[in-house]
Design a protein around this ligand. Structure first.
Ligand code: ADP
Ligand code: MG
Ligand code: MG
Length: 252
């Protein structure tokens, strides 16, 4: 599904990713953990096609294509989804409008006709039930006046509607109460299938108790310094990141 080789990226001349290597096979859920500022959100943003980063070296292959050649819209149409650490508010643009536009953009990209209004509302009705959102909420502006937890639910709702091949969720679990965490983890598990892959960026083991990952990776100072099975998350929780051997003595 996704193959990242020796990825280096910088912002305004400051190196952030310093040679990331990562393979995400189709059908797997991988967690990326790591200290604050290690480059997790940068990696997620680069995969989704945000343009504030300069990629100075390396490659990213998605379903056999050079992902870095595709703009953010094309990536979305190709089935890449990013759930943001800080979901943006778009007052005046309703969640429904945005989702219908996204669904239709993908259909157009594939040469398919637009989704029928009835079919779309049926899809919405089915998915809001999974995340416990009301129709009233989805008619409001995107994340407009949503609480932190509601924004995260909305990210999962969008993901369920769009059914991505590759979902990248950046700290979707942060700041959630137990009920919202359950909604988020159920949503992620619902999409788990042999055809899809998920990358979960998280600080906490909590989410990984509900969504047991196939692999766990530790990103520190812009490199993956350790990979393992789900038990690695337990080790990190017990021991923290400081004890991990790193070869990043040259990090700023
Ligand atoms: P993490 O998500 O692991 O906490 P980030 O990817 O958000 O880390 O940030 C990694 C480093 O890159 C931090 O030092 C951060 O300040 C810096 N950084 C990220 N994005 C930008 C940006 N747009 N401009 C300047 N610095 C940035
Ligand atoms: Mg952070
Ligand atoms: Mg982050």
């Amino acid at each position: 599904m996704l193959s990242i080789k020796n990825l280096h990226a910088e912002v305004e001349g400051k190196p952030i990713l310093r040679g990331v290597n990562l393979e995400i096979p189709t059908g797997e859920v991988h967690a990326i953990m790591g200290p604050n500022g290690s480059g997790k959100s940068t990696l997620a943003s680069i995969l989704a096609g945000r343009e504030d980063y300069d990629i100075t070296e390396g490659s990213v292959t998605y379903k056999g294509k050079n992902l870095l050649d595709l703009d953010a819209d094309e990536r979305a149409c190709e089935g890449v989804f990013l759930g943001f650490q800080y979901p943006v508010e778009i007052p005046g643009v309703s969640n429904l409008y945005l989702l219908r536009a996204a669904v239709n953009a993908r259909r157009k990209y594939r040469g398919e006709p637009e989704i029928d209004a009835m079919e779309f509302m049926q899809l919405i009705g089915e998915k809001i039930a999974h995340v416990g959102m009301s129709m009233d909420m989805v008619k409001r502006g995107v994340n407009e006046d949503f609480s932190g937890g509601e924004k995260k639910r909305n990210e999962i709702f969008q993901m369920l509607v769009l059914e991505p091949s590759l979902a990248i969720l950046d700290e979707t679990d942060s700041g959630l109460d137990i009920d919202a965490l359950k909604v988020v983890s159920d949503g992620i598990n619902r999409l788990r299938s042999p055809e899809r892959s998920t990358v979960l960026v998280t600080h906490y083991k909590r989410l990984l108790e509900h969504v047991v990952p196939d692999r766990v990776h530790v990103l520190a100072a812009g490199r993956i310094i350790r990979s393992g099975g789900p038990e690695l998350a337990d080790t990190l929780e017990a021991e923290g990141y400081v004890n991990l051997e790193t070869d990043n003595a040259d990090a700023p």
